[in-house]
Design a protein. Sequence first.
Length: 412
Amino acid sequence: MGNDKMCYTLMHREVPVAEIVLNPENGWVQKIGEVYDEAHVPVGVSVKKGQINRRELNEWWRGRGIPASRDAFYGLLESFGVATTELLAERCYGLSLSDQYWICPENSGLKWSEINFFENTFSEDVGNILFGRPVTGQPMNLVSPDNTSDGWLKKKWKIVNGRRCLIKGGSGATQQEPYNEVLAAKIMERLSIPHVDYDLIEEKGYPFSICEDFITPDTELVTAWYLMQTKKKENHVSVYQHYLNCCEEHGIPDIQRALDEMLVVDYIILNEDRHQNNFGVVRDAKTLTYRGAAPIYDSGTSFWWDTPTSRIGSLARVRCKPFKKLHEEQIKLVSNFDWLDLSKLHGIEDEFREIVRNSEFLDEVRIGNLCTALRGRVNQLQSIIDGGITYSSSVDNLSMDVRENIAYHGKS
């Protein structure tokens, strides 16, 4: 493709996918040359008559960059002297700890086995800057999976005892998100729902959640968003049904059960941000066969995380994603509750108290309100399952239309 300094081969592990040229000013895909292997083109990026859709490939490539909403975003770009996060991703060859794609510079001779983050060490310089720690005394190393981590919360990757672990912070006055991650994992452990385990750590007096990467050198995450781009959604088909249809078309097993489990958990913890890029499926990166739904992860933006203490468990109905706008509507999508035994959550509020026992950010009043509200959510879900509604006047006094929705679900 000539002598352009931004010429690369898009790679999938050791498999060459296509020749590409990046714009040196912004890092976007400027040109796509020869396509070597259509089967290995990223999921959700279309190929017609042997040509990769450049707009869609650009959307995929830009989606690998750090979002502008991330804390310290602009300071990071300034520190490294790059104009865009696409150029930052280019500095680490587009490598990620979520999938097996990367870009190989023309005539570089680089090999996947020598540079992938699953089997090789990486720099913590980017993560340290994102955590407010300036790197001094030596040239900064940009070869890091932090260049391709999404989400708006402060986060960084770190190798801990040989394991690739993601450390993620909280926000606002309560810093509640890390505690919520641990609570959600405890709930799913009790209910035998496949999930990512989270623990708490503390850095400079602030709480952070930490979890091990559930993707291995042989697998990759395909989020719901990209999977749903593989098939045109008809106007009369709901987003929920469209996702099921796409999974069925790709032969992905047990998706409805996995969705039932996710919707139940999100109802209990009042998850507000289960968007289409924080759930999905796991694919074998070598055979391209799908193994099934990804374990549930990224549940921190939940459990009245930014609600004033006095409003926890109030009349206000909390919005949700990804299939409906309100939890009272979304829970109706659960196909059946036969697998669910809510008695296993007996005393879960006491376990939450233990999780936040040493918190400097959650006072006793807020903790008490959260524990009462958590028990109320479990009781409400049991009422939905039983086809009736019983509720405490101190927790989520439901308006009449919500009660009717719950009653309707119980009869359906």
